[in-house]
Design a protein around this ligand. Structure first.
Ligand code: UT7
Length: 334
């Protein structure tokens, strides 16, 4: 068996900053409510005409990760792309990235696990590298939420949370002791409707939606039972981090850096308290970017690394929870 490690990281967020005050012009909300309940101060939204899309933002993050990994793009043997907001209904963004990077026929896989998408993607990449099937795998998380949100008071508890952006990691076969120690994935489909976007889909085709012309419970806008999601998130985050630590015979005191999926600053703070970590041991940036779903962990991980917060030998923990419900963790030695 081989071990995989992160060789290069990259991130990209669109230039347009949307503040809480900007949102309060579109719906009944306030900077005070959003900051108090979520910690979010602003987020980035794609601006019409700025050339960005989920795949394009993913490409920008990927190029940075590849450059920092200092490998030839033609040595990438698998692309894993995690998103809930693809450019096309089908095919997924993976093939777009492959074509835009100019890689001939390497496989491209799309992951549909929402906020846990990047953790699921890392786990997939890790298995392929462990078995020796591939040496270099590109994992991307990218989201264009802004175009698909209901920017009215009806959906304010959902729409104020999400932001656009992308992050990427180039995983490669490790040549020393550093790298991914283990990954842990879970899902619980009984909660499918608690955080979802129902249509358009094969269960609800576009003509059907148009014919029904719903005014409430609109299937093409995301809906969320915020309190139930919150309650499940704090439990599952803690469980899956503990599971990863125990699997590796480690204790919470061994964690040097925790990168939680940026769902809500209050959730991150709850986990931090439970694990008794200092502020310097948890990297949060939801204040600036909102919740970017599959992109949130790679953006935060890249930022923490860029700021020099992660050093060689550090024990780094990634953890996510989201729609599905799905959740997971990655335990890695930097
Ligand atoms: O990344 C995927 C996983 N997602 C999450 O982990 C999200 C988890 N959930 C949450 O973060 C929180 O549930 C939210 C931030 C989404 C909502 O906060 P909450 O404290 O659970 O609020 P709520 O939905 O229970 O609403 C409380 C009140 C309601 O008013 P009334 O009925 O008490 O008069 C809402 O109508 O706050 C109102 N409200 C708002 N007011 C101003 C809801 N959204 C807003 C808003 N601005 N944006």
């Amino acid at each position: 068996m081989f071990q995989s490690k992160i060789l290069g990281l990259g991130k990209y967020v669109p230039e347009q900053v949307v503040t809480n005050h900007d949102l309060s012009k579109l719906m009944e909300t306030s900077d005070e409510w959003i900051q108090e309940r979520t910690g979010i101060e602003e987020r980035r939204h794609i601006k019409k005409g700025d050339g960005n899309s989920t795949a394009i933002m993913g490409l920008k993050a990927a190029k940075q990760a590849i450059e920092r990994a200092d490998i030839d793009k033609d040595d990438i043997e698998l692309i894993v792309f995690a998103t809930l907001s693809p450019d096309y209904y089908f095919p997924g963004c993976g093939v777009q990235i492959q074509e835009m990077l100019g890689i001939k026929t390497c496989p491209a896989l799309d992951v549909r696990n929402q906020c846990s998408g990047f953790v699921y993607g890392i786990s997939v990449a890790d298995q392929y590298i462990k078995t020796g099937m591939y040496k270099n795998v590109l994992v991307i998380g990218s989201e264009n939420h802004s175009g698909g949100l209901d920017m009215t008071t009806r959906s304010r508890h959902v729409s104020v949370i999400f932001g656009d952006g992308a992050g990427a990691a180039l995983l490669s076969r490790s040549d020393d002791d550093s790298g991914i120690l283990s990954t842990h994935l879970h899902a619980q489909g009984e909660y499918i409707d608690e955080l979802s976007l129902r249509g358009p889909s094969t269960e609800m085709w576009v003509p059907e939606i148009i014919a029904k012309n719903p005014q409430e419970d609109i299937p093409y806008f995301p809906k969320m039972n915020g309190q139930l999601v919150f309650k499940n998130a704090v439990v599952r985050f803690s469980e899956v981090i503990q599971e990863g630590l125990e699997f590796n015979n480690l204790k919470k005191e061994d964690i040097d850096m925790l990168i939680p999926h940026q769902a809500n600053l209050r959730i991150s703070q709850f986990i931090q308290k439970k694990l008794r970590l200092e502020d310097s041991q948890v990297h949060n940036n939801i204040q600036k970017y909102g919740n970017t779903t599959a992109a949130s962990i790679p953006i935060a991980l890249t930022e923490a690394w860029e700021e020099g917060k992660i050093k060689k030998g550090d024990l780094v923990v990634l953890a996510a929870f989201g729609s599905g419900f799905t959740w997971g963790s990655v335990i890695l030695r930097w």
